[in-house]
Design a protein around this ligand. Structure first.
Ligand code: HEM
Length: 474
């Protein structure tokens, strides 16, 4: 790589650059920042500092794994749009405990089979059918908010319950309480995995000795699987006993049906079934939770936009609940959501593994090298968005993404790019629009003086100390 002009921090035995990365992140997390949207240095401190030292494309090491950070849009498009399987999703250490070899990670025919099942569940007509469940979940949340009127409320946690309730009701047709144990265990598992991601241990040692955390993650993984299997078994029993004639029309029903498919090519294993449930419980909740919290934080500061959005919602729905047609027509809210996804994308980075050595632009990449891409850097690049890049200006999207990005549409990719783009994108956008519409119709809100600005990455981009706002009934 050096002979191709690629430089980077020196490799250290066993650890690679893991310890330096972790130390920089810990340091960034130890102090809040001013209320600015220029968050790259805070969220990805090592990438910012090393890009300044070694150039925008550089090489870093996570343990013994080499990672090439790429920042040229043409290279990124090539990686994401690759039709062959030259770049696979990176199997990050430990994260198989959440995503297994399921839709989020797998490739080839298995990916196509799982993707088809998910698309079927989240297509436009199915999404319309999910409106009542989404609306009743928001109503439940707003019932709780009545206790906080005129006071402060922490919305990141509120949206955690909301998004968990929504994915439970829509994809699994069960209540949040039924899924609660699974969500709690998934949150704990995520925390341990992220905290340990940069701590590298010699494989030979981990083979014979497990740390307390490794024992806990194994236990959590087993417990989550058995909770999911209990839910699955209840549905299977109902069909066996003749109480129901199908496994259901939601995502879980589609997965159980595929598990029992007589055609072997369409069938999925019990492990795949569990993995898909875990992935959707996780992806369906954490990401939209992040989007809603950052959007409310932004609207709490930019009350002029909050007022614009409220006017639009009142015009569209009056005192009634949101409808599919009305949600599809919301213009101001869409601009606000785009700007929120630009400044605070819930997923800030992507990784792919080079399967077969070959060319990427002018570079020759060896197989098994990871290619690392950060959308945060693109979303905050003044060359693409202009000098006001760190300002909250939803109007920049009013004439579409090409205009906003100076004809570099691919530089805005909160939901990814190419065939692996987010399968839950429309679901998430509808959920966010319904929630925002219903909140705006009921409350005005401002940022509480107790709010401490500290965005950090725990797989998704999260507010380290929550988002505290003061709510006032209209
Ligand atoms: C604001 C909310 C969301 C954001 C920003 C988001 C972002 C993303 C991104 C960036 C990817 C691509 C990752 C990559 O290429 O490596 C992705 C993939 C995925 N997302 Fe989302 N997501 C959101 C909501 C959801 C929801 C609600 C669900 C499920 C109901 C979901 C399920 C998935 C799945 C299953 C994949 C993997 C798709 C594949 O590889 O074929 N996401 N998401």
């Amino acid at each position: 790589m050096a002979s191709q002009g690629i430089r980077g921090p020196s490799y250290r035995l066993v650890q690679g650059n893991g310890k330096e990365i972790w130390d920089m992140r810990k340091e960034a997390m130890s102090r809040p920042m001013s209320l600015s949207h220029n968050i790259s240095l805070k969220v990805q401190p090592h990438l910012e500092s090393w890009a300044n030292m070694y150039g925008r494309n550089f090489l870093q090491w996570i343990g013994t794994q080499h990672q090439l950070i790429i920042t040229e849009l043409e290279l990124i498009k090539e990686v994401f749009n690759n039709k062959n399987t030259d770049y696979s999703k990176t199997k990050s250490k430990g994260f198989e405990k959440i995503f297994g070899d399921g839709l989020v990670i797998t490739t080839g025919e298995k990916w196509a089979k799982l993707r088809k099942l998910a698309i079927h569940t989240f297509h436009a007509e199915s999404l319309k059918g999910m409106f009542p469940a989404m609306i009743s979940s928001v109503e439940m949340m707003l019932e709780r908010w009545k206790n906080y009127e005129g006071k402060e409320i922490e919305v990141f946690e509120e949206f955690r319950f909301l998004t968990a309730e929504v994915i439970s009701k829509t994809a699994f047709t069960s209540s949040y309480l039924e899924g609660k144990k699974i969500f709690d265990m998934l949150s704990r598992l995520t925390l341990i995995l992220v905290m340990n991601f940069f701590k590298i241990r010699l494989p030979i040692i981990s083979k014979f000795y497990k740390t307390k955390e490794e024992i806990e993650t194994d236990m959590l993984e087993r417990e989550i699987s058995s909770c999911i299997m209990e839910i699955v078994k209840r549905r299977e029993d109902k069909v066996k006993n003749g109480e129901e004639d199908s496994y259901g029309s939601d995502l879980l029903g589609a997965l159980i049906t595929a598990h029992h498919d007589a055609d072997e090519t369409k069938r999925i294993s019990a492990d795949d079934l569990i993995t898909e449930c875990k992935s959707f419980y996780f992806a369906g909740q954490e990401t939209t939770n992040s989007l809603l919290a950052w959007t409310v934080m932004l609207l709490a500061i930019h009350t002029d936009w909050q007022e614009e959005a409220r006017k639009e919602v009142v015009n569209a729905f009056g005192q009634h609940n949101p409808t599919p047609d009305g949600i599809a027509r919301l213009k101001v809210i869409s601009l606000i959501i785009n700007e929120s996804l630009r400044l605070y994308p819930p997923i800030v980075s992507f990784s792919r593994t080079v399967e077969k050595e070959g060319r990427l632009g002018n570079l020759f990449l060896p197989s098994k090298m990871d290619v690392f891409i950060t959308n945060l850097a693109f979303h905050h690049d003044p060359k693409i968005w202009g000098e006001d890049v760190h300002e909250f200006k939803p109007e920049r999207f009013s004439e579409g993404v090409p205009k906003a990005t100076n004809n570099n549409s691919a530089a805005f990719f909160p939901f990814g790019l190419g065939p692996r783009t987010c399968v839950g994108m429309n679901f998430a956008l509808i959920e966010a629009k319904i929630a925002l519409s219903m909140i705006l119709r009921r409350y005005t809100f401002t940022l509480s003086p107790t709010y401490v600005h500290s965005p950090f990455q725990l797989i998704t981009l999260q507010p380290q100390h929550g988002v505290q706002v003061m709510i006032h009934p209209l």
